[in-house]
Design a protein around this ligand. Sequence first.
Ligand SMILES: NC(=O)c1ccc[n+]([C@@H]2O[C@H](COP(=O)([O-])OP(=O)(O)OC[C@H]3O[C@@H](n4cnc5c(N)ncnc54)[C@H](OP(=O)(O)O)[C@@H]3O)[C@@H](O)[C@H]2O)c1
Length: 274
Amino acid sequence: MTSVPNVTLNNGVTMPQLGFGVFQVPDEETTAAVTSALEAGYRSIDTAAIYGNERGVGKAIAASGLHREELFVTTKLWNEDQGHDQTLAAFDTSLDRLGLDHVDLYLIHWPTPARDLYVETYKALEKILADGRARAIGVSNFQIPHLRRLLERTGITPAVNQVELHPGLQQTALRAFHAGHGIATEAWSPLAQGAVLGDEAIVRVAEAYGVTPAQVVLRWHLQTGNIVIPKSVTPDRIRQNLDVFGFALTDADMAALTGLDRGLRTGPDPDTLN
Ligand SMILES: NC(=O)c1ccc[n+]([C@@H]2O[C@H](COP(=O)([O-])OP(=O)(O)OC[C@H]3O[C@@H](n4cnc5c(N)ncnc54)[C@H](OP(=O)(O)O)[C@@H]3O)[C@@H](O)[C@H]2O)c1
């Protein structure tokens, strides 16, 4: 079984620090991938309405035989569904596709600042939380000004901000803001979709520990305090990415990875995606 530690979110709900992401996995392949992940020992699954694979996730969960309380399921509200009433309707649709009566974490996928709807959208998430249909609520891809505005205009501090974060894009200022406000940092594309796995420093550390570059990067995240959700459709890699609790990086090796920060954004810029 897995020895993944839990992170306690700001409302007391616990969330596994390492979970499984399914971005870019076609719905018809998602059930097999999530089944492999659950068999390997993952208990946290990260999907989104826009991924088109909530049904595939739901099928794997239903077939797993696991109790609902053993699982932590995250999904996200897509940009076009922002707005108070639209959000409530989109959430119902997501639950229906997942075949669940609640999610563990519901996130606003992007702030889309030009739409200027994220405050009222978040108020709909607060209602979903109050109704017990999400155990925690949060945001994704929010920059500091977006978070400040939410904190000023709404009642509940987001439990999580899920952002692009890996050794090439370390989000130092944002992580410090999160720490100051009780917001957990969750790293998407924790492996930079493979773009950092050939970095010389990472390869050198991997060789020293007899592990893979991906395992070194995931270990760096865990020791930094990030929640991570690596994605793979490859059963060996699915298992490998969970097998990161048998070694620990030294301070010097942590520093070698921290030295790789270089503004490497592999996904969209949250200030301009609308
Ligand atoms: N909130 C957002 O806006 C947002 C945006 C992007 C992603 N996400 C979430 O974050 C999750 C992870 O991000 P991601 O999928 O973009 O990228 P990622 O997890 O950084 O990287 C996935 C890529 O790395 C490969 N890979 C996985 N494990 C590996 C290993 N041990 N060795 C070598 N290569 C490996 C995978 O290949 P194979 O699959 O072929 O094995 C895949 O091509 C997503 O699935 C999604 O849940 C959220």
